[in-house]
Design a protein around this ligand. Structure first.
Ligand SMILES: Nc1ncnc2c1ncn2[C@@H]1O[C@H](COP(=O)(O)OP(=O)(O)OP(=O)(O)O)[C@@H](O)[C@H]1O
Ligand SMILES: [Mg+2]
Length: 521
């Protein structure tokens, strides 16, 4: 049913730009139904940014417009707090600014300058609205005058129209003055930070700490996302509350022990994607600071995988991209693979508005999995190197749980009563006769004929020990054996060595290494 015209909230009012009677190009076969400003503006807040990704989206605009310095300011004043980001880039003239403030200022299908970091014509608005109800842009071109425009969601809600304000608040004007250090450039100020500061008090230390923690997170996010733009020729300086942000290089390229595998150039729809795999040094080759630094925001394990860059700007930070169902596992944590995309493949790689996701097209999965496999295998070798040293040499004694014995021409399978875990359970068990009975029962009832038949009929269905088990579960069993050995009086080192001699743990040098690290770090 059509809405009643009297309910002006749900129908275009007389001033609405999309008034059907004024605009309808074909009155009888079309209706014009433009979005309601108030409702749409509120919906634009929910694109999934956090303060760091939102500020990075604004920094993208600064970078494309030739900025050499980007400054961020977290201004604490309780519910009156504000966040501002300024640049010394080209700035905008009045018409450019008005168009820039428009939601959908450019069509995503348009061909962009190859260096452009934008795509959707939305970032400035969606990123800003995600954090605050008021966004002011103050900009100046070289030899031009200062121009101001401001979206206030409350004003849009009151008027239900996209009415741009022209006056900054005193705080916005003051922050712009503090930050603008160049005759040209742009400052964006967010106020009414309802999501960050609603209900806070200016003199409450814990509220202020929480606000400043966000600033710290932004610093770390920028250090990663723009690290390649912070060094070399044409480097851009980023400052947060006056302090220079230092780059975070996920590949530890300056470390002598970092391995760079050959660069590959993949062709896709006439475009080139450059892939360079890195295998980071084993922890024993890094000093404590470098090791801690490389762990990044989410730790070593979560930072393995592909790193996707678009015009040198990081979009995805360590992800196996759903290729082959690979999970992030401890023994692959040294594998980090750099992927460089041009902006002409945005659609194919499903780049989103927040610039924090990218998915490779199906057709590239094979190539990427080939490169990933190679890198993972080198990474695993480096990681396990020290674990491998624990393995028994040929001819050295190994300990098995099951033993085969022959008596009177019959073959029997017996549980090794000297196995450390069996030994310890026997010692700890208060009902020794019951445990003995259980072990005997297990030995006597192994379904040997059934196992043999299955193995004959479906040879590829039977699996080796822990072959389909999660690493974490194998590790837990190893931990228990290790603990039993220690309880039996062995030192840490001897216990570790013994674990390596117990089958099937010798097949998991990377987990032995992990067990070793758990003991020492
Ligand atoms: N700091 C700035 N300096 C100069 N121009 C800017 C600045 N910020 C925004 N603009 C202009 O505003 C326009 C709109 O920016 P917005 O971020 O909304 O969209 P976009 O960058 O084109 O695409 P995307 O939605 O992918 O970010 C830009 O295309 C640019 O021309
Ligand atoms: Mg943008």
């Amino acid at each position: 049913m059509l809405a009643d015209r009297k309910h002006s909230k749900f129908t275009p009012g007389p001033r609405t730009s999309g008034n059907p009677s004024a605009r309808s190009p074909g009155e009888h076969d079309e209706d014009v139904a433009p979005p309601h400003a108030a409702a749409l503006a509120e919906s634009l807040r929910a694109f999934g940014y956090d303060p760091a990704t939102a500020l990075a989206d604004l920094a993208d605009n600064s970078l494309f417009h030739h900025s050499r310095e980007v400054r961020i300011k977290f201004h604490w004043a309780g519910e009156q707090s504000a966040i501002a980001i300024s640049d010394d880039g080209d700035g905008m003239d009045e018409m450019t600014l008005i168009n820039a403030m428009r939601v959908g200022s450019r069509n995503p299908r348009e061909k962009r300058d190859p260096a452009d970091l934008g795509r959707f014509g939305l970032g400035l608005k969606t990123a800003s609205f995600s954090q605050g109800r008021r966004v002011t842009v103050i900009t100046r071109r070289s030899r031009g005058s200062e121009i101001v425009r401001c979206w206030d969601l409350d004003h849009i809600a009151d008027t239900d129209e996209w009415r741009l304000l022209r006056e900054p608040t005193p705080l916005a004007a003051q922050l712009a003055k503090q930050l603008a250090g160049s005759p040209h450039g742009t400052v964006v100020i967010w106020e009414k930070l309802d999501r960050l500061t609603a209900g806070t008090a200016v003199d409450d230390d814990s509220d202020e700490d929480a606000f400043l923690r966000q600033a710290e997170y932004v610093k770390q996010h920028f250090a990663a996302v723009f690290h390649r733009l912070m060094t070399g020729r044409g480097a851009v300086r980023f400052l947060l509350n006056g302090a220079v942000i230092t780059p975070w290089d996920p590949f530890l390229s300056d470390e002598a022990a970092t391995q760079r595998l050959p660069v590959e150039r993949l062709k896709f729809q006439g475009h080139t994607i450059e892939v360079e795999p890195f295998v980071l040094p084993h922890l024993s080759k890094l000093d404590a600071d470098a090791h801690r630094g490389a762990a990044g925001l989410r730790g070593w394990n979560a930072h393995q995988g592909f790193y996707i860059y678009r015009n040198l700007r990081l979009l995805v930070r360590g992800d196996w991209l759903g290729i082959k169902g690979w999970r992030q596992e401890e023994h692959y944590k040294l594998a980090r693979i750099r992927v460089d995309l041009p902006n002409s493949l945005d659609q194919e790689w499903e780049i989103d508005v927040t610039k924090s996701r990218a998915r490779p097209p199906e057709k590239l999965h094979r190539e990427l999995s080939r490169i990933g496999e190679r890198t993972r295998s080198v990474a695993k070798r480096v990681y396990s190197h020290r674990g491998a040293k624990l393995l028994p040499a040929a001819g050295q004694e190994r300990v098995f749980l099951w033993e085969q014995t022959a008596k009177h021409n019959h073959v029997f399978y017996r549980l090794n009563r000297d196995h450390p875990l069996v030994k310890q359970v026997r010692l700890a068990c208060s009902d020794a006769p019951k445990l003995s009975a259980l072990l005997r029962l297990i030995e006597e009832t192994i379904p040997v004929p059934l196992i043999m038949t299955t193995d004959r009929e479906m040879p590829d269905r039977t699996v080796g020990p822990f072959e389909t088990t999660k690493d974490s579960e194998v590790l837990e069993v190893m931990r228990q054996v290790f603990a039993s050995l220690k309880a039996g009086g062995l030192s840490q080192d001897d216990a570790l060595l013994r674990v390596a001699h117990i089958e099937p743990f010798g097949r998991f040098p990377e987990l032995l290494q992990l067990l070793r690290e758990e003991r020492y770090y």
